[in-house]
Design a protein around this ligand. Structure first.
Ligand code: PXP
Length: 251
């Protein structure tokens, strides 16, 4: 298992969309494992990859390659299914992030409904924790969900920043500010409960700094924007700029 970076605010780079481009043609390129190694060399503190049930981007072979090649931690995103639990227990990645998954969605649209499924999820994550994986739950900035994540024994919550980013992109600034306030308040609430707080989804150069400035947040997971930006400026400069903005926001 890789050693966790000591940085106060870590950047996890999500490489799913390198696989999306590869799979559009069905061949071997571009290779998400190569992208992950480049991201690691460019200063990513971790790599995030979501093995979906339909394998629409990352594949089982990609996970093998990531586990074999990375020296930074792998954050393995997955739905709470038996198949995924078995894969995680076989690989024992540094971190497992439980996300909701619906086949018809384009991306992970909402947070996990932990409160409604508390019993099942508590049993689901127990063996992952016993295997040494740091278990994170991807949730909306909602007190009920955070309390439930804490009760089931998760060590980490990842707050879903998608609604904040969408509102910003669409110029709905009142909505954006409301979402932002909820994220700020709930970061503090979760931290006070003893949870490690992460955030991610939809973050861009325009939206990252206000979130990176929250002192409670230990990790941001960012993918789609960085991979898109890499088309124009290259992967390493795209990551460096995100890192620079995060560091600037932390002062
Ligand atoms: N965190 C989680 C839990 C996610 O599901 C995703 C998207 O796969 C991300 C972070 C990264 O989101 P984006 O690709 O929009 O930056």
């Amino acid at each position: 298992m890789s050693k966790q970076s000591e940085r106060a605010l870590r950047l996890g780079v999500n490489i799913d969309h390198v696989a999306t481009v590869r799979n559009a043609r069905g061949g071997d390129t571009p290779d998400p494992v190569r992208a992950a190694l480049m991201a690691q060399a460019a200063g990513a503190d971790g790599i995030t990859a979501h093995l979906r049930e339909d394998r629409r981007h990352i594949t089982d072979a990609d996970i093998d390659g990531l586990m074999g090649g990375l020296t930074v931690p792998l954050n393995f995103e997955m739905a709470a299914t038996t198949e995924m639990q078995q894969i995680a227990l076989r690989h024992k990645p540094h971190a497992v992030c439980i996300v909701p998954e619906r086949r018809e969605e384009r991306t992970t649209e909402g947070g996990l409904e932990v409160a409604r499924e508390e019993n099942r999820l508590a049993h689901f994550i127990a063996p992952l924790r016993e295997a040494g994986c740091r278990v994170s739950i991807f949730i909306a900035a909602d007190k009920r969900q955070i309390e439930a994540a804490h009760r089931i024994g998760a060590q980490v919550i990842e707050l879903h920043t998608g609604a904040y980013c969408d509102a910003h992109a669409e110029g709905r600034f009142d909505d954006r500010d409301r979402e932002f306030e909820a994220l700020r308040e709930m970061s503090g609430f979760a931290h006070d409960l003893g949870l490690e707080v992460h955030a991610g989804h939809g973050l861009t150069y325009d939206t990252v700094q206000p979130i990176a400035a929250f002192p409670e947040i230990k990790e941001l997971n960012i993918g789609h924007f960085i991979i898109g930006e890499a088309i124009f400026r290259g992967l390493e400069p795209a990551i460096h700029e995100m890192r620079r903005l995060m560091d600037e926001a932390r002062g």
